[in-house]
Ligand binder design. Structure first.
Ligand SMILES: [Fe+2]
Length: 210
């Protein structure tokens, strides 16, 4: 008997090969890792519902507790990767946000675009593996940059991710040395899809449809 009435998540496809400074080989490996998060998200969700059906959903059940604690890692690993792949394009992002609403909001929140860029780059350079994310506070319209450790620590509840950069070493290790993260970040900036970011900011685009 199928326990879930909703369809499981499916790994989405992204037309992002041919980027500058981030090789197709890196993207291929990285998309494979992303597919693993989708698979684990579905698996853990199914296991938890199965436990609930069997009356095994209990904090006293170590398996239930452990799987529940892992949800944040797997779900965020899936969603953040979709946002990351979804905000890169081989058509390049050199021009910046221009006179778009997002460009204006970044100016309002950081003073000017260059200050946002420096701050976002600095966040991405923090030690350890994680993510740099520019979030939109939907309540105030303010944008702010945040560091996320692993996939789950540092996400701001209710804030909307607008620009998402993966700085785990697997995102660049085939193209750069571990100490060359800054070169990878420069490449990310070159490939940043400002149209995708603008779509998220304006509410016209959410996570990509695969
Ligand atoms: Fe990643």
């Amino acid at each position: 008997m199928a326990l879930l009435t909703q369809s499981p998540y499916k790994a989405k496809t992204f037309d992002i090969y041919g980027l500058e400074g981030i090789s197709d080989q890196t993207l291929e490996v990285h998309l494979g890792l992303y597919a693993g998060y989708v698979k684990n998200t579905n698996l853990l969700t199914e296991q938890l519902i199965d436990m609930a059906h069997r009356g095994a959903a209990s904090a006293a059940n170590p398996a239930y507790a452990e799987i529940t604690r892992r949800l944040g890692f797997e779900y965020n690993g899936m969603v953040l990767h979709e946002l990351y792949f979804g905000n890169m394009t081989k058509d390049g992002g050199r021009e910046g946000p221009g006179a778009s609403d997002l460009g204006r909001a970044l100016g309002d929140s950081f003073g000017d675009l260059e200050t946002w860029r420096q701050d976002f780059t600095a966040v991405g350079g923090l030690r350890g593996v994680g993510w740099a994310v520019t979030y939109l506070d939907l309540a105030t319209g303010r944008l702010s940059n945040h560091w996320i450790s692993l996939h789950q620590d540092g996400n701001v509840a209710g804030f909307k991710p607008v620009i998402v950069m993966d700085v785990w070493e697997h995102a660049f290790l085939l193209d750069y040395k571990p100490a060359e993260r800054s070169k990878y970040i420069e490449s990310f900036m070159v490939n940043l899809d400002w149209n995708a970011a603008e779509g998220r900011f304006s509410g016209k685009a959410e996570r990509p449809v695969g």
